[in-house]
Design a protein around this ligand. Structure first.
Ligand code: ADP
Ligand code: MG
Length: 307
C-alpha cells in the first residue's frame, strides 16, 4: 500500500465525518461484504423515554407520590421509584430514561447499595432493604403486556416497538416498564445507501425479538438477531466470518465492544460510550450511519488508487 494515498484517505475521512483511528480499518471497510448493526443508539436515537409503568396485581408499594394520586397511580409510582433507585448507578440509556421519568414525577431516589450491572442484561441493587432486579422482559412477560397494554397505546404495533424491561423485587416479578426509542431520522436513507453499495445488512440487538422486528420493518428486508448478550453478538460476527465473509460491525455501547473487536472493521458511533470508541477502527463522529456510506465510497476509491 502507498502510505500517501492512505493518508489522503484518512484526511478525506475527517471531511465526511469519519475519524480513521487505524489505516487498516479503511482497507477492511473497502473489502467488507456484511454489515452487522446494533439497534439501540446506532439505528435508533438511543434516547428512550418511559411510556408506561405496569405493576402486576400482586405488587404492593407505597412510594412517594402526591396525596391526590389514585391507588393505581401510587402503585405505578412506587414501582418506578424502586426501579429508578436501582438504575441510578447505571450509565445505560434505559437506566437514564427510568431515572429521568422518576424525577419528572417528583419521586426522590431511595437509598441503594450492592449495585451490580451486567452489560446487555440489566442491573440489580438493594433499595431500601429490598432486592431489585431489572432486565430484559421474557417472551411470556412481553406477550402478557401486549394483551393488556394501556388503551392509549393499545395499537399492537406501538406496543411491539417498545423496549420492555422487567422489574423483580425480592425475587418476585413486580411489573414492566415500557420505553420508546425513535429511529434516527437519517437511518432509513443510510441503510438504503449501504444496501445499494452491496452490503448485506444484519441487525444484532440485546433487545427482545418483537422490538427488533418492529424497527427492522421500517428499514426494508434485513436479517434480525435479537435477545443477544455481548458474547452472542461477538459469536454472530465470528459465525459470519466462518462462512468466508468480511464483516463490518457498527455499534455504540459497552455491550458492543466484544463484537467491535472481533469484526474485520469495527465502527463506533462518536455519540457512544468510550469503550465502544476504544474498540473500533473507525468512528462516525456525529453517530450518523450516512457517514458510513460516505466512508465506504471513500475507502473503495482510496484502495483503488493504491492498487
Ligand atoms: P442493544 O443491543 O439494543 O444496544 P443492550 O445490549 O444494551 O441493547 O441491552 C439489551 C437489553 O438488556 C435491553 O433491551 C434491556 O432489556 C436489558 N438491559 C440492559 N441494561 C439494562 C439496564 N440498565 N436496565 C434495564 N434493562 C437493561
Ligand atoms: Mg447500542
Amino acid at each position: 500500500a502507498t502510505p500517501v494515498s492512505l493518508v489522503t484517505g484518512i484526511g478525506r475521512g475527517a471531511q465526511v465525518g469519519v475519524l480513521v483511528k487505524d489505516a487498516a480499518a479503511l482497507e477492511a471497510l473497502s473489502q467488507a461484504s456484511t454489515l452487522v448493526i446494533d439497534k439501540t443508539g446506532t439505528l435508533t436515537q438511543g434516547r428512550p423515554e418511559v411510556v408506561a409503568v405496569t405493576p402486576v396485581d400482586g405488587f404492593r408499594g407505597k412510594g412517594d407520590g402526591s396525596a391526590s394520586d389514585t391507588a393505581a397511580q401510587k402503585r405505578d409510582k412506587a414501582l418506578l421509584q424502586l426501579a429508578a433507585s436501582a438504575e441510578a448507578f447505571s450509565e445505560h440509556p434505559l437506566a437514564r430514561a427510568i431515572v429521568h421519568a422518576a424525577a419528572e414525577r417528583g419521586l426522590p431516589l431511595l437509598p441503594a447499595s450492592d449495585f451490580l450491572a451486567s452489560p446487555g442484561a440489566g442491573v440489580r441493587a438493594t433499595v431500601a432493604g429490598r432486592r431489585v432486579e431489572i432486565g430484559r422482559a421474557s417472551a411470556s412477560e412481553s406477550a402478557a403486556y401486549a394483551q393488556q397494554a394501556p388503551a392509549a397505546q393499545a395499537a399492537e404495533t406501538a406496543a411491539a416497538s417498545q423496549t420492555l424491561v422487567s422489574v423483580k423485587i425480592d425475587g418476585q416479578f413486580a411489573g414492566l416498564i415500557a420505553l420508546a426509542d425513535a429511529i434516527k431520522p437519517s437511518t432509513p436513507a443510510a441503510i438504503a445507501a449501504l444496501k445499494q453499495q452491496g452490503f448485506k445488512i444484519v441487525m444484532a440487538t440485546g433487545d427482545r425479538q418483537e422490538t427488533a422486528e418492529a424497527v427492522a420493518q421500517k428499514l426494508g428486508p434485513i436479517e434480525v438477531h435479537a435477545a443477544l448478550s455481548p458474547a452472542d453478538k461477538q459469536a454472530l460476527v465470528r459465525s459470519i466470518q466462518a462462512r468466508g465473509e468480511r464483516v463490518a460491525f457498527a455499534g455504540d455501547g459497552l455491550n458492543d465492544a466484544p463484537a467491535l473487536a472481533a469484526a474485520d472493521v469495527g465502527i463506533a458511533m462518536g455519540t457512544g460510550t468510550g469503550v465502544a470508541i476504544h474498540s473500533a477502527g473507525l468512528i462516525l463522529v456525529k453517530g450518523d450511519l450516512a457517514a458510513l456510506a460516505r466512508a465506504t465510497t471513500l475507502s473503495r476509491a482510496t484502495l483503488r488508487n493504491i492498487r
